[in-house]
Write a protein that binds this ligand. Structure first.
Ligand code: AMP
Ligand code: ZN
Ligand code: FE
Ligand code: FE
Length: 284
């Protein structure tokens, strides 16, 4: 049975590899199936489709959506959706703008708390044409020698405490789950063991999740086992990936090492196929 990695970032969001380079690297690391799951954009996935065919790596449609639930930011992975679905694409366009507005709020907080003045324009140009996020601001802080490293920027200035002070305009978790399903895709809670306790995870499951990302570098083996058990008990899909963001970035060593068995990919694809079939039957 082949190996899969269903959580990867490219230069379309905050990853360091271009979509084409990432697909080539996946081939070199003997992955059979991958999904590019950039933050709130499918551009990386769309750009990689041609090269994936050439290299012989199976590429599933994917995206990691930043959603809100009771003011907390929750990352929702979506897979195997119809990539031309207009509601999904309109929502992602809204998310792109919400990211820009959120960055302005983060900059305002930074000024208030620490006196640092960054303009929105300079952070956006650091992000180039990508979907802007905290990693681009962290990069800028390193360049300006405010911090010695990317990680220091997160620890000192860009962590949860700053997010707790702002009100982003991201889509609600419940709403996004419904949109993903209407687009024929599967909705999976990303790295659940990283941020939430089991009670919170149970509450999110009630909102209609299709699965849990049990395999993720932020989960130790015990947590992975616990989450897998929970997913099995609740008849949910199990997914996983390395959350690779490029050489030298967070989780770099796990790409090609931390993998998902393809039997789980088959289940994921089957769910999506059934969903799409039902949708087309209802139209007739
Ligand atoms: P954002 O999209 O603005 O919420 O930024 C989320 C991204 O920031 C994650 O996908 C990681 O790439 C990165 N990140 C989050 N926390 C840390 C951390 N403590 N150290 C390094 N990178 C981080
Ligand atoms: Zn990221
Ligand atoms: Fe995430
Ligand atoms: Fe991620």
């Amino acid at each position: 049975m082949g190996k899969a990695d269903l959580h990867l970032h490219t230069t379309a969001s905050d990853g360091a590899s271009t979509p084409a380079d990432l697909v080539r690297l996946a081939g070199e690391r003997h992955l059979n199936t991958i999904s590019i799951t950039d933050h709130d954009t499918i551009k990386g996935y769309l750009d990689a489709a041609g090269i994936a065919n050439e290299v012989g790596v199976k590429l599933l449609p994917g995206v990691e959506v930043t959603t809100l639930h009771e003011k907390n930011e929750i990352h929702l992975l979506a897979y195997c959706f119809d990539e031309d679905h207009s509601e999904l694409n309109n929502t992602l366009a809204g998310q792109r703008q919400a990211r820009v507005n959120r960055m302005q709020q983060i900059l305002d907080q930074l000024k208030k708390r620490s006196g640092f003045e960054f303009s929105l324009d300079e952070v956006i140009s650091e992000a180039k044409s990508r979907n802007v996020g905290r990693p681009h601001l962290a990069q800028l802080m390193v360049k300006k020698k405010i911090v010695a490293s990317f990680t220091e920027a997160f620890i000192r200035y860009l962590g949860r405490s700053v997010l707790d002070e702002i009100v982003p305009e991201f889509v609600q978790l419940e709403e996004m789950i419904r949109i993903v399903k209407r687009a024929g895709g599967a909705a999976i809670l990303a790295h659940p063991g990283r941020l939430y306790d089991n009670k919170e995870i149970e509450a999110y499951i009630e909102l209609g999740l299709d699965g849990l990302e049990c395999i993720h570098p932020a989960h130790n083996f015990e947590r992975q086992k616990e989450l897998t058990k929970l997913a099995e008990n609740r008849q949910l899909l199990i997914t996983g990936g390395s959350d690779y963001h490029g050489t030298g970035k967070e989780y770099d060593p796990y790409f090609g090492i931390l993998t998902l068995s393809e039997k789980h990919v088959n289940r994921l694809e089957r769910l999506s196929q059934n969903r799409k079939r039902l949708k087309s039957e209802m139209k007739q």
